[in-house]
Design a protein around this ligand. Sequence first.
Ligand code: X5A
Ligand code: ZN
Length: 681
Amino acid sequence: MASGTALIYDEEMTAHKLLWNDPICDIEVPERLSFSYEQLRSYHLVERCVHVPAREGSEEEILLVHSLEHLEMAKSTQTMNEEELKRVSENYDAFFFHPSTYHCARLAVGAALQLVDAVMAGKVRNGMALVRPPGHHSQRNAANGFCLFNNVAIAAEYAKLKYGLQRILIVDWDVHHGQGTQYIFEEDPSVLYFSWHRYEHQEFWPSLKESDYDAVGLGKGKGFNINLPWNKVGMGNSDYLAAFFHVLLPMAFEFDPELVIVSSGYDSGIGDPEGQMNATPEVFAHLTHFLMQLANGKLCVILEGGYHLKSLGESVCMTVKTLLGDPVPQITGEMAPCLSAVESIQNVRAAHKPYWKCLAYEDTSFLQNLSTKSHLLKKANSNPSAEDESQITNNNNTVKVERFLELHMKNILFPVPPIKTATTGSEGSEYFLPEHVQLVKEMDETEIKVLVSGFYADLVKEEKTLLSLGSTFVILDKILKKEVCNGIAASPTAALSAAVAVRHCVRFGFQRVLCVFVGDMQMIPNTEDGKMLVINICEKEQSRKTSCKHYISLNWKEDAGGNDFFSAVLGFILPVAYSYQPNLTVVAVGPNRNLGISGISLLVALLRGLAESRVFVVIEDTEISLMQTVAEALVGTSTPPFGIYVPPTQEKVNKIKALRDQFQQEWKMLQCSVKDGISRN
Ligand code: X5A
Ligand code: ZN
C-alpha cells in the first residue's frame, strides 16, 4: 500500500485578487494561501510531504463539468481592463475577476487533478492541495461565491473517467453549502456528496431551499446527496463529531468509496467571520483521521474557504499532520452536541432512512410534528459550553481569536516520538511486523516480581502468569514516558494483562483509562472510582445485568459474510469513548474473540483518535496475521484493509439503539435524536 503525503502549492495562485471595493468579496485574499503555506513551513510539515507540482487544467478537463459558454466567458476576462472586469463580475453572486483569475483557476483545477493522479497512481497515500480560487459554489454555467471552476467536482469526474471509479465520496466541511457540487452530482449515484453548512432556517447565504436536509438527490441519485443544515451559529467540536458519528460515517462506510475527496473549507472553524462557528483546529485532525479509514486511505483534501488567517493556517496544519500519520491531538471542550445540532442530525437521518440500510430501522414517529418542533427549537438554547465559547467569536474580534489560538495551540501540541509503536520480539515477530515498530526487551523476572508483589498481588494469583506480564510492563512504561505513542504485546493472559495495565496507568496518575475488551473476559476490574471505563465486546449474552456507567457489555457476533462491526464502532463505541475522553486506551483481545481481524483493526485504528493516540493492545491469540494487521493499524502509516462492509441486521441496529437509549444521559455524544421527556444537558 502506498505511503506518503502529497502537498501541492503554487505561489502563482496568489495573483488573483480583488481590484476594487467590495465588502462581500474582500475576505478572499491571496494571503489565505501564502500564510497557510508559511504556517506549514513553521511546523516543519512542508519538508515531510512529497512536493507535487501544480499544472493548468486543460480545457477538455474543465468541460467535464462546465459549459463551453462558461469556459469562453472566463477565458475572455484575461485581457479586460478593470472596468470591464467589474462589469462581468457583477453578473454573478459574489465573484470578482482579475486579469490573472482565469490562469489561477486553471491552476486550481490542475492542482486538484495532480493530487488525484498522485493518489490513484500510488505515488502517495493521500495529500492536500492549497488552491485559489475555491470551487464548490461554482456551477456548470456560473461563477458563484468566490468560485469560478468547481475544482472538486472536476476532480471527481476525472477520477471516474481516468481510473474507472464507480464510487467517490465528497465530504464538504466548508461552512457554506456547496450548492454547485450538489447540482452537478444530484442525479449521479456514483458520487456521494455530504455537506454541512450554516443555514439558520434558510436565512444564511446562499439561502436556498435545496440546502435543507430533505434534498436527498434526484432520480437515480436519490439518497446520494446528504445535507446537514446548521440552524444556529456557534456549533463546536462536539457537534461536528456527532455529525460524523451519526450521519456521515455510517453512510460512508456503507457506501464503501474507492476514493474520498474533501471540499476542505476552514470557515467552519473558530474565529471565521463567515461561519461564526466555534470548532477549534484540532477537530480537523479528527475529521481527517476518520476519513483516512475509508477507501483504503485514498484521501484528497482540496482547499475551499477559510477567512480567519490564523484559524485557517492552524487548521490546515492539523489536517496535514494527520494525513502524515502523526498522533491525533486530544479534542477540547465539553463533549455534548447542542440541541439544535441533534435536531438537524435526527432530521437528516430520517430523510435518508429509505436509502441506507444502516438507517432502515430509524424511528421517524417524530416527523408528524416536525414543523411545530423546528419552530420551537429555533428559540431553544444551545448547550452551555457552546454558549461560553461563542463569546469568543461573537465579539467578532479577530485579534482576540488570534490570541486565543496562540495559547490554545501551545496547549495541544505535543512532541511526536520518532518511533511510534513498540512491541517485544516474541515468536520472531520482527520478521512479520511492519517497519517503524520498535522492538523492546522484556522486563526480567525479578523486576516483575518486585512490581507485582508491591502493587498487583491481588490480581496475580499464579506464579506462572508473572512472566507473561513482562512485555506489558515494559511497553506501557515506554508509552507512559512518551518514548513511543503506542504498543502491542502478545500475552497468554490478556484479561490479566489488561487489568494490570489499567491499574498501572492509574497509579501513574492517569485520571481516565478506557479499556475495550474483545472476547470472554475472565475478570471484571473494579471500575467504581470512574478512573476506568470498560467496554466488553463479547458473544455471550451477559447473564447478570452488570452494565453500569463504567462497565458496558456489548453483545456482538460479527457477520461471517463481511464486516458489519463498523456500525457498532460508529454508533456506540466511539461516541462513548469521545464522551469519556480517556488519557490512554487499552485494547485487549481475549479468548473466543467474536470479531474478525478486520473488525478489530478498524476498532484499533479509530481508537487512535483518542488519548493523543496512546493505545496499548494486548492479544491472547498469537495468530500472526492478527498481530500484523493490528500493528499496521497502530503504526498508522498504512490503513489495514477492512474487507467487505455489510450493513447491520435489524437485530444489530436495534441493539445499538437500545444501548444508546440506555447510556445517552451519561455519555452525551451518543445523542442523535430529540426525545420528549428526556432532560438534556
Ligand atoms: C468558498 C467560500 C463563500 C462565499 C460567501 C459569499 N465561499 N457571501 O467559502
Ligand atoms: Zn465557505
